[in-house]
Design a protein around this ligand. Structure first.
Ligand SMILES: C[S@@+](CC[C@H](N)C(=O)[O-])C[C@H]1O[C@@H](n2cnc3c(N)ncnc32)[C@H](O)[C@@H]1O
Length: 205
């Protein structure tokens, strides 16, 4: 996966955090869906493919104490580390999400990472990693381009999904608890329709 890491390190070393198409000052929908899932301040939250995203800043503001940020790009995570400094509530993991093994989490968050997986076998592999990590009764938020969204993100092809299609991709381990369609506005005013799926890990907590 060195080429994947190189691609993303290249992006993060040539663009400012707020110059990438996916930049969100306030991740309103992610925070709203976490609240809908009753995600508490002490719950372990993992942001997969976090890069330089601001979600962690907002989770810290509302008192979260156990946040894991994972990204294949050391440069992306370094931007977050530079912004926040070392923080006792935040753990940084540089690596491929497919190699993750960090024990149970209450909330898995992925905005604009799953949508890069074009092959059904890769999507099944992703589902297996997510199912291994999210405890029964825990939740995942997976967000990516909607069926009428762009065909590429960061110059790479994407697989576009409705929330119902995402729910099908994560069944039977996960069931759809809520969904949103959101039109993200890029820093230069472009519109990108996203699907957000809030998924509940099946099984007794
Ligand atoms: C489009 S960006 C989205 C960043 C962030 N989630 C956000 O919403 O601002 C995709 C991110 O996924 C990361 N990524 C891509 N493939 C990955 C993988 N296999 N494992 C971990 N991170 C990955 C990239 O480095 C990049 O930071």
């Amino acid at each position: 996966m060195a080429d994947v890491a190189d691609h993303w390190n290249g992006i993060y070393s040539t663009k400012a955090v707020d110059e990438v198409s996916w930049y969100e000052e306030v991740p309103v929908t992610s925070l709203e869906l976490m609240a809908a899932a009753d995600c508490g301040a002490g719950d372990r939250v993992i942001d997969v493919g976090a890069g330089a995203a601001t979600l962690v800043d907002h989770l810290l503001q509302i008192g979260h104490t156990d946040i894991v940020l994972v990204d294949i790009s050391a440069t992306g995570l370094a931007a977050t580390k530079q912004r926040l400094g070392e923080h006792p509530a935040v753990r940084y993991v540089v690596g491929d999400l497919f190699d993750l093994d960090i024990g149970p989490v209450d909330m898995w968050h992925d905005r604009a990472v799953f949508h890069f997986l074009g092959a059904p076998a890769d999507r099944r592999r992703y589902r297996a990693v997510m199912a291994r990590h999210v405890r029964p009764g825990g939740h995942s938020i997976v967000a990516g381009f909607a069926p009428d969204g762009p065909e590429q993100c960061s110059g790479l092809p994407v697989a576009r999904h409705s929330a119902a299609e995402m729910a099908a991709a994560f069944s039977p381990e996960f069931a759809l608890a809520a969904s949103r369609r959101v039109v993200h506005v890029t820093p230069w005013g472009g519109e990108q329709p996203f699907s957000f799926a809030l998924l509940r890990r099946q099984g007794a907590p």
